[in-house]
Design a binder for this molecule. Sequence first.
Ligand code: ATP
Ligand code: MG
Length: 563
Amino acid sequence: MTAASTPDTPIASDFIREQVGRDVAARVNGARVVTRFPPEPNGYLHVGHAKSICLNFGLAEDFDGLCNLRMDDTNPVTENEDFVKGIQDDLRWLGFEWNGPVCYASDRFEQLYEWAQDLIRQGVAYVDDQDADTIAATRGSIGEPGVNSPYRTRTVEGNLDLFARMRAGEFGDGAKVLRALIDMADPNGQLRDPIMYRIRHVDHHRTGSTWCIYPTYDWAHGQCDALEGITHSVCTLEFDAHRPLYDWYLNHLELPGDRPRQFEFARLNLTHTVLSKRKLAQLVRDQLVTGWDDPRMPTLRGMRRRGYTPETLRTFCAHIGVAKVNSTNEIELLEWFLRQDLNRTSVRRMAVLHPLKVVVENFPEGHVEWLDAVNNPEDPTAGSRKIPFSRVLYLEQDDFMEHPAPKFFRLAPGNEVRLRYAYFLKCTGVVKNDQGGIVELRATYDPATAGGSSPDGRKVKTTLHWLSAEHAELREVRLYNHLFSDPYPDAQEGRDPLEFLNPASMETLRAFVEPALAHANPGDRVQFERLGYFCADLDDASVFHRSVTLKDEWARIQQRNPK
Ligand code: ATP
Ligand code: MG
């Protein structure tokens, strides 16, 4: 990797930190900094959320403040308790602990209802009987004002009465909504009488059947911020146009404390990845993956099963920083950080994915030699282990060519290679079946090359990984590729991202591993020499997921497009 392409120094500051720093210096809100992470419990957290989490919790940490966890649970149709619990587990796994008990937007439903009544009394909210299609059709567009609802002129008493009856369940779903009365001609469409409440006769996972009207995101969010004492409400760029509405609501209410302010930053996008929860939920529902925790999913639980560490995700988020303009990060950059992390921490082991039997003719039958092998050359404290060498070995099929191509320096008839932590090995013959397929190799080893070097100064070009056949343990190994073959699956005009699902995103093999892995524990991370970093499955340690290969794809990308 070249110096220019090394993603080494984390980005220290960003425009949000600078703004918060200015606020603290100016003692805005008494110099308090309180942020929040506000997931909607309609799915599990993904790597995009990790960026928001690192920013919100990071701000609190940098400015000696607090960060709340708030379930933005205003839509009972798609939300549930499993997600509420899973979000907390994932957040803790990532290494963050929120301030106090979990907050819920649904705990504020009564206060939001009272505040909505206040707006009605001020003459700035009204009950509209138009259906959703009519409301959408009369919103206007850019440069074209919307049309006032015929129900906009209802009296305060009439609106209070209808709103109470909406709450009491007198009307069916969609029969009425409560809207803020702002300006149907405002250039900002968000201010064209936005909807505050919808009727939904659906039980809520926390409030049960208490409510049949539910607040919209916009009506709930800023008010929950204010009730929790949030000072800096950070959200993604698409809410930029909502900020005037956020402020409009807060300006019309009697707040218990200081007024929060909204800031926007660019959301995380990754190549070959979809981060829309709706699409992720569809992958799960349609069984295109094995679940939210499928190792191919960009969810925190999927990545965890794949072998990602929380440190990798946090370092990656610190490195990419926070910007004001949307962009897409290469997934290879994330993988670069994973590789860096695993290189330091993973023990090395040998595994053979596609075995080719080799009989070492000059090694005595029935004899076993136990050789020393270093556990992690990057970590002197990791110690060493013994690996067995015997007469019948397994090598990787593609480490042998009967008729070697130019520059193929691995095993070939008459050619000599080094076996990792063992001896030089020379191929002396090829055994084939009736169809001409290679079934085994014959070879000789040089006992004078113990430890991997020759006393006569003879050199070999390649070191191969190998296993002793009789000691090898059979395990399931899963290799992964991008879940989406297109680098920008959700940016293809008029196409469903799922059209770009990669049919070859997972390959399952029966492979051999060295005996030291016989008793691997769930979640153990290892490097299979020359093959990549692998992680024992969290439920079944006899399955190994490949977290990432050893090849530095990021360096390749950097060489192609030097920045
Ligand atoms: P989706 O649109 O896929 O449902 P969302 O933004 O509605 O995602 P939430 O659960 O509401 O999902 O998100 C919680 C917080 O995480 C929000 O503050 C949101 O801004 C932030 N967030 C969501 N996706 C990303 C992303 N890709 N990058 C950065 N922050 C994100
Ligand atoms: Mg959201």
